[in-house]
Write a protein that binds this ligand. Structure first.
Ligand SMILES: [Zn+2]
Ligand SMILES: [Zn+2]
Length: 348
Protein backbone atom coordinates (compact mmCIF):
# COMPACT_ATOMS: atom_id res chain seq x y z
CA UNK A 1 0.00 0.00 0.00
CA UNK A 2 1.01 3.64 -0.38
CA UNK A 3 1.39 5.89 2.66
CA UNK A 4 2.23 9.49 3.52
CA UNK A 5 5.18 9.33 5.91
CA UNK A 6 6.64 11.97 8.23
CA UNK A 7 10.30 12.08 7.23
CA UNK A 8 11.48 15.19 9.06
CA UNK A 9 10.33 18.68 9.97
CA UNK A 10 9.12 20.24 6.73
CA UNK A 11 9.31 16.94 4.88
CA UNK A 12 6.66 14.29 4.14
CA UNK A 13 7.16 11.48 1.61
CA UNK A 14 5.03 9.01 -0.35
CA UNK A 15 6.22 5.50 0.52
CA UNK A 16 5.41 1.85 -0.17
CA UNK A 17 4.45 0.09 3.06
CA UNK A 18 3.27 -3.44 3.81
CA UNK A 19 -0.43 -3.72 4.66
CA UNK A 20 -0.39 -3.93 8.49
CA UNK A 21 -0.97 -7.29 10.17
CA UNK A 22 -4.24 -7.64 12.05
CA UNK A 23 -3.32 -8.80 15.57
CA UNK A 24 -5.48 -10.24 18.33
CA UNK A 25 -8.41 -7.93 19.04
CA UNK A 26 -7.65 -5.69 16.07
CA UNK A 27 -9.52 -4.90 12.88
CA UNK A 28 -7.99 -3.96 9.55
CA UNK A 29 -9.66 -0.88 8.08
CA UNK A 30 -9.42 -0.08 4.38
CA UNK A 31 -9.20 3.70 4.56
CA UNK A 32 -11.73 5.60 2.43
CA UNK A 33 -10.61 9.07 3.53
CA UNK A 34 -8.42 10.83 6.07
CA UNK A 35 -8.85 14.45 7.04
CA UNK A 36 -5.73 16.58 7.36
CA UNK A 37 -5.67 18.03 10.87
CA UNK A 38 -3.92 20.96 12.49
CA UNK A 39 -1.84 18.35 14.32
CA UNK A 40 -0.48 16.95 11.03
CA UNK A 41 0.35 20.50 10.03
CA UNK A 42 2.01 21.19 13.40
CA UNK A 43 4.11 18.00 13.09
CA UNK A 44 5.44 19.11 9.72
CA UNK A 45 6.11 22.63 11.01
CA UNK A 46 8.07 21.23 13.96
CA UNK A 47 5.47 22.48 16.46
CA UNK A 48 4.31 19.03 17.61
CA UNK A 49 6.75 16.20 18.41
CA UNK A 50 6.35 13.04 16.32
CA UNK A 51 8.40 9.98 15.43
CA UNK A 52 10.25 10.17 12.13
CA UNK A 53 9.16 7.43 9.73
CA UNK A 54 5.61 7.25 11.10
CA UNK A 55 2.60 7.22 8.74
CA UNK A 56 0.72 10.50 9.33
CA UNK A 57 -3.01 10.96 9.82
CA UNK A 58 -5.66 10.11 12.42
CA UNK A 59 -9.06 11.39 11.20
CA UNK A 60 -10.16 8.37 9.20
CA UNK A 61 -13.22 6.62 7.87
CA UNK A 62 -13.29 3.39 5.91
CA UNK A 63 -14.49 -0.17 5.58
CA UNK A 64 -13.56 -3.12 7.76
CA UNK A 65 -11.44 -5.36 5.51
CA UNK A 66 -10.61 -8.10 8.04
CA UNK A 67 -10.90 -8.88 11.73
CA UNK A 68 -8.15 -10.39 13.88
CA UNK A 69 -8.60 -13.23 16.38
CA UNK A 70 -11.09 -12.30 19.10
CA UNK A 71 -12.38 -9.16 17.36
CA UNK A 72 -16.10 -9.68 16.89
CA UNK A 73 -17.87 -6.35 17.37
CA UNK A 74 -17.59 -5.39 13.69
CA UNK A 75 -17.51 -7.46 10.52
CA UNK A 76 -15.83 -7.15 7.13
CA UNK A 77 -17.75 -4.67 5.00
CA UNK A 78 -18.88 -2.48 7.94
CA UNK A 79 -18.40 1.26 7.38
CA UNK A 80 -16.53 2.69 10.35
CA UNK A 81 -14.86 5.77 11.78
CA UNK A 82 -11.61 5.41 13.74
CA UNK A 83 -11.25 6.82 17.26
CA UNK A 84 -7.48 7.43 17.31
CA UNK A 85 -7.29 8.43 20.99
CA UNK A 86 -6.08 5.10 22.32
CA UNK A 87 -5.67 4.58 26.03
CA UNK A 88 -4.30 1.77 28.18
CA UNK A 89 -7.22 1.33 30.61
CA UNK A 90 -4.77 0.51 33.43
CA UNK A 91 -2.98 3.70 34.49
CA UNK A 92 -4.30 5.98 37.25
CA UNK A 93 -5.95 8.57 34.93
CA UNK A 94 -7.63 5.75 32.95
CA UNK A 95 -8.91 4.11 36.14
CA UNK A 96 -10.18 7.48 37.38
CA UNK A 97 -12.29 7.95 34.24
CA UNK A 98 -9.84 10.23 32.41
CA UNK A 99 -8.71 8.02 29.52
CA UNK A 100 -8.05 11.07 27.33
CA UNK A 101 -5.25 11.87 29.76
CA UNK A 102 -3.84 8.31 29.80
CA UNK A 103 -0.35 8.26 31.28
CA UNK A 104 0.76 5.51 28.89
CA UNK A 105 0.26 7.34 25.59
CA UNK A 106 3.75 6.61 24.28
CA UNK A 107 3.41 4.33 21.25
CA UNK A 108 -0.38 4.77 21.21
CA UNK A 109 -0.72 8.08 19.37
CA UNK A 110 -2.04 7.32 15.91
CA UNK A 111 -0.22 9.30 13.23
CA UNK A 112 2.23 10.67 15.80
CA UNK A 113 4.26 7.81 17.28
CA UNK A 114 2.29 4.91 15.80
CA UNK A 115 1.43 4.46 12.10
CA UNK A 116 -1.57 6.55 11.12
CA UNK A 117 -4.29 6.60 8.53
CA UNK A 118 -2.86 8.43 5.50
CA UNK A 119 -2.45 5.01 3.90
CA UNK A 120 -4.46 2.33 2.13
CA UNK A 121 -5.05 0.40 5.35
CA UNK A 122 -4.70 0.80 9.10
CA UNK A 123 -4.93 -1.81 11.89
CA UNK A 124 -6.97 -0.57 14.88
CA UNK A 125 -7.93 -2.19 18.21
CA UNK A 126 -11.60 -3.07 17.80
CA UNK A 127 -12.65 -0.87 20.73
CA UNK A 128 -11.50 2.12 18.72
CA UNK A 129 -13.67 1.72 15.63
CA UNK A 130 -17.30 2.82 15.55
CA UNK A 131 -19.88 1.82 12.94
CA UNK A 132 -21.11 4.81 10.95
CA UNK A 133 -24.90 5.22 10.78
CA UNK A 134 -26.18 4.56 7.25
CA UNK A 135 -27.12 8.22 6.82
CA UNK A 136 -23.56 9.45 7.51
CA UNK A 137 -21.45 9.59 4.36
CA UNK A 138 -17.68 9.12 4.50
CA UNK A 139 -17.32 12.80 3.65
CA UNK A 140 -19.33 13.67 6.76
CA UNK A 141 -17.94 10.87 8.92
CA UNK A 142 -14.39 12.13 8.37
CA UNK A 143 -15.31 15.09 10.61
CA UNK A 144 -16.49 12.92 13.53
CA UNK A 145 -13.09 12.88 15.24
CA UNK A 146 -12.61 16.66 15.31
CA UNK A 147 -16.28 16.97 16.32
CA UNK A 148 -15.60 14.71 19.33
CA UNK A 149 -12.75 17.01 20.31
CA UNK A 150 -15.04 20.03 20.01
CA UNK A 151 -17.79 18.39 22.09
CA UNK A 152 -15.38 17.69 24.94
CA UNK A 153 -14.17 21.29 24.95
CA UNK A 154 -17.67 22.75 24.68
CA UNK A 155 -18.69 20.63 27.66
CA UNK A 156 -15.77 22.12 29.59
CA UNK A 157 -16.93 25.63 28.52
CA UNK A 158 -20.39 25.01 30.08
CA UNK A 159 -22.09 27.65 27.91
CA UNK A 160 -25.51 28.86 28.99
CA UNK A 161 -28.52 29.41 26.75
CA UNK A 162 -28.05 33.14 26.11
CA UNK A 163 -24.26 33.35 26.26
CA UNK A 164 -22.19 35.42 23.88
CA UNK A 165 -19.42 33.11 22.67
CA UNK A 166 -16.20 34.23 21.02
CA UNK A 167 -14.40 31.48 19.10
CA UNK A 168 -10.85 32.46 18.17
CA UNK A 169 -9.67 30.81 14.94
CA UNK A 170 -11.83 29.81 11.96
CA UNK A 171 -10.11 26.57 11.07
CA UNK A 172 -12.16 23.36 11.05
CA UNK A 173 -12.12 23.19 14.87
CA UNK A 174 -13.28 26.78 15.27
CA UNK A 175 -15.87 26.31 12.54
CA UNK A 176 -17.17 23.12 14.21
CA UNK A 177 -17.42 24.95 17.56
CA UNK A 178 -19.43 27.68 15.84
CA UNK A 179 -21.64 25.17 14.02
CA UNK A 180 -22.54 23.26 17.20
CA UNK A 181 -23.02 26.41 19.32
CA UNK A 182 -25.15 28.13 16.67
CA UNK A 183 -27.40 25.05 16.56
CA UNK A 184 -28.01 25.23 20.29
CA UNK A 185 -28.92 28.91 20.14
CA UNK A 186 -25.74 30.61 21.39
CA UNK A 187 -24.70 33.88 19.76
CA UNK A 188 -21.32 33.19 18.22
CA UNK A 189 -18.59 35.46 16.93
CA UNK A 190 -15.73 33.79 15.09
CA UNK A 191 -12.47 35.78 15.02
CA UNK A 192 -10.00 34.93 12.27
CA UNK A 193 -7.02 36.92 11.01
CA UNK A 194 -6.40 34.94 7.82
CA UNK A 195 -8.59 36.54 5.13
CA UNK A 196 -8.89 33.30 3.14
CA UNK A 197 -10.11 31.29 6.11
CA UNK A 198 -12.48 34.06 7.23
CA UNK A 199 -14.05 34.13 3.76
CA UNK A 200 -14.48 30.34 3.67
CA UNK A 201 -16.07 30.40 7.15
CA UNK A 202 -18.49 33.15 6.08
CA UNK A 203 -19.61 31.05 3.13
CA UNK A 204 -19.97 27.77 5.03
CA UNK A 205 -21.40 28.65 8.43
CA UNK A 206 -24.96 29.59 9.45
CA UNK A 207 -25.68 33.29 9.01
CA UNK A 208 -26.13 33.74 12.76
CA UNK A 209 -22.35 33.21 13.17
CA UNK A 210 -20.50 36.51 12.79
CA UNK A 211 -17.05 36.12 11.27
CA UNK A 212 -14.79 39.08 12.10
CA UNK A 213 -11.13 40.00 12.10
CA UNK A 214 -9.58 39.81 15.60
CA UNK A 215 -9.37 43.61 15.92
CA UNK A 216 -12.99 44.01 14.84
CA UNK A 217 -14.09 41.34 17.34
CA UNK A 218 -12.34 43.22 20.15
CA UNK A 219 -13.70 46.69 19.26
CA UNK A 220 -15.12 48.64 22.20
CA UNK A 221 -18.89 48.57 22.31
CA UNK A 222 -19.20 44.91 21.38
CA UNK A 223 -20.80 42.79 24.11
CA UNK A 224 -18.21 41.11 26.33
CA UNK A 225 -18.08 37.38 25.60
CA UNK A 226 -19.23 35.07 28.36
CA UNK A 227 -17.22 32.25 26.83
CA UNK A 228 -14.02 32.42 24.81
CA UNK A 229 -12.74 29.34 23.03
CA UNK A 230 -9.21 29.75 21.71
CA UNK A 231 -8.51 27.20 18.99
CA UNK A 232 -5.28 28.82 17.83
CA UNK A 233 -2.79 28.01 20.58
CA UNK A 234 -1.91 31.66 20.91
CA UNK A 235 -4.18 32.79 23.75
CA UNK A 236 -4.30 36.57 23.22
CA UNK A 237 -2.63 38.26 26.18
CA UNK A 238 -5.43 40.69 27.02
CA UNK A 239 -8.30 38.27 26.54
CA UNK A 240 -9.09 37.83 30.25
CA UNK A 241 -9.75 41.56 30.55
CA UNK A 242 -12.42 41.32 27.83
CA UNK A 243 -14.44 38.39 29.23
CA UNK A 244 -17.71 39.06 31.04
CA UNK A 245 -17.75 38.52 34.80
CA UNK A 246 -18.19 34.87 35.64
CA UNK A 247 -17.04 33.94 32.17
CA UNK A 248 -14.92 31.07 30.91
CA UNK A 249 -11.89 30.86 28.67
CA UNK A 250 -11.19 27.44 27.15
CA UNK A 251 -7.71 26.88 25.73
CA UNK A 252 -8.19 24.36 22.95
CA UNK A 253 -5.29 25.02 20.60
CA UNK A 254 -1.79 24.38 21.86
CA UNK A 255 1.67 23.87 20.51
CA UNK A 256 5.00 22.64 21.79
CA UNK A 257 6.42 26.06 22.63
CA UNK A 258 3.11 27.79 23.40
CA UNK A 259 3.34 30.26 26.28
CA UNK A 260 0.73 32.82 27.34
CA UNK A 261 0.96 35.67 29.82
CA UNK A 262 -2.16 35.95 31.94
CA UNK A 263 -3.16 39.08 33.85
CA UNK A 264 -4.20 37.83 37.25
CA UNK A 265 -6.42 40.71 38.38
CA UNK A 266 -9.23 40.20 35.81
CA UNK A 267 -9.02 36.45 36.47
CA UNK A 268 -9.64 37.00 40.18
CA UNK A 269 -11.94 40.03 40.21
CA UNK A 270 -14.00 38.76 37.27
CA UNK A 271 -14.28 35.23 38.62
CA UNK A 272 -13.05 33.91 35.28
CA UNK A 273 -12.44 30.21 34.72
CA UNK A 274 -9.41 29.41 32.57
CA UNK A 275 -9.86 25.83 31.39
CA UNK A 276 -7.96 23.19 29.45
CA UNK A 277 -9.96 20.12 28.45
CA UNK A 278 -7.76 18.27 25.95
CA UNK A 279 -9.01 15.41 23.83
CA UNK A 280 -12.30 13.58 24.17
CA UNK A 281 -13.56 10.71 26.28
CA UNK A 282 -14.90 7.59 24.52
CA UNK A 283 -18.44 8.82 25.33
CA UNK A 284 -17.79 12.09 23.46
CA UNK A 285 -16.78 10.08 20.41
CA UNK A 286 -20.01 8.08 20.55
CA UNK A 287 -21.98 11.32 20.90
CA UNK A 288 -20.14 12.75 17.88
CA UNK A 289 -21.11 9.69 15.81
CA UNK A 290 -24.76 10.25 16.84
CA UNK A 291 -24.75 14.00 16.21
CA UNK A 292 -23.16 13.47 12.79
CA UNK A 293 -26.56 12.19 11.68
CA UNK A 294 -27.93 15.69 12.10
CA UNK A 295 -25.00 18.10 11.56
CA UNK A 296 -23.96 18.99 7.99
CA UNK A 297 -20.29 18.39 8.78
CA UNK A 298 -19.39 17.70 5.14
CA UNK A 299 -19.99 21.38 4.37
CA UNK A 300 -16.58 22.06 5.94
CA UNK A 301 -14.87 19.76 3.42
CA UNK A 302 -13.60 22.12 0.73
CA UNK A 303 -11.29 19.65 -1.06
CA UNK A 304 -11.01 15.90 -1.61
CA UNK A 305 -7.73 14.82 -3.16
CA UNK A 306 -6.13 11.47 -3.96
CA UNK A 307 -3.52 10.45 -1.37
CA UNK A 308 -0.63 10.97 -3.80
CA UNK A 309 -1.51 14.67 -4.04
CA UNK A 310 -0.73 15.14 -0.33
CA UNK A 311 1.88 17.84 -1.02
CA UNK A 312 -0.67 19.97 -2.86
CA UNK A 313 -3.13 19.44 0.01
CA UNK A 314 -0.56 20.49 2.61
CA UNK A 315 0.29 23.60 0.60
CA UNK A 316 -3.42 24.60 0.68
CA UNK A 317 -3.18 24.40 4.48
CA UNK A 318 -0.22 26.74 4.64
CA UNK A 319 2.25 24.03 5.59
CA UNK A 320 5.31 26.03 4.66
CA UNK A 321 7.93 27.55 6.92
CA UNK A 322 6.69 30.97 8.07
CA UNK A 323 7.40 33.76 5.64
CA UNK A 324 8.67 31.68 2.71
CA UNK A 325 5.49 32.06 0.68
CA UNK A 326 5.08 35.75 1.30
CA UNK A 327 2.13 35.23 3.67
CA UNK A 328 2.32 36.27 7.33
CA UNK A 329 2.87 33.41 9.80
CA UNK A 330 -0.42 31.56 10.30
CA UNK A 331 -1.85 32.97 7.06
CA UNK A 332 -2.02 31.67 3.51
CA UNK A 333 -4.85 29.14 3.89
CA UNK A 334 -6.76 28.21 0.75
CA UNK A 335 -8.88 25.42 2.22
CA UNK A 336 -10.94 24.46 5.26
CA UNK A 337 -10.95 20.66 5.69
CA UNK A 338 -9.04 18.66 3.08
CA UNK A 339 -9.61 14.92 2.79
CA UNK A 340 -7.08 12.53 1.25
CA UNK A 341 -8.45 9.39 -0.40
CA UNK A 342 -6.28 6.34 -1.10
CA UNK A 343 -8.94 5.22 -3.59
CA UNK A 344 -8.58 8.44 -5.58
CA UNK A 345 -12.20 9.58 -5.17
CA UNK A 346 -15.04 9.67 -2.68
CA UNK A 347 -18.79 9.53 -3.14
CA UNK A 348 -20.43 12.84 -2.10
ZN1 LIG B 1 -7.11 15.84 14.46
ZN1 LIG C 1 -3.98 4.81 30.66
Amino acid sequence: MKAVVFEDVGLAGFHDRAVPACDVGEVLVEVAATGICGTDRAILLGEFPATRGVVLGHEAVGTVAATGPGAGSVAPGDRVVVNPTYHCGRCRPCRRGLPAHCAAKAGREVGVDRDGTMAGFVAVPEHFVHRLPGSVSYRRGALVEPLACVLNNLRAARPRWDDQVLVVGAGPIGALCAMVLARRGSRVTLAEHDPGRAEIARLLLPRTVRVLGPEEAAEPGRPAPDVVIDTTGSLPGGVLGTVAAGGTVVVMGEREAGVATVRLRPLVTGGIRLVGAGPYRPADFELAVDLAQDLPLEELVTHVLPLERYAEALAMLAVVPAGTDGAAPGCGYRAMKVLLTPGGSLAP
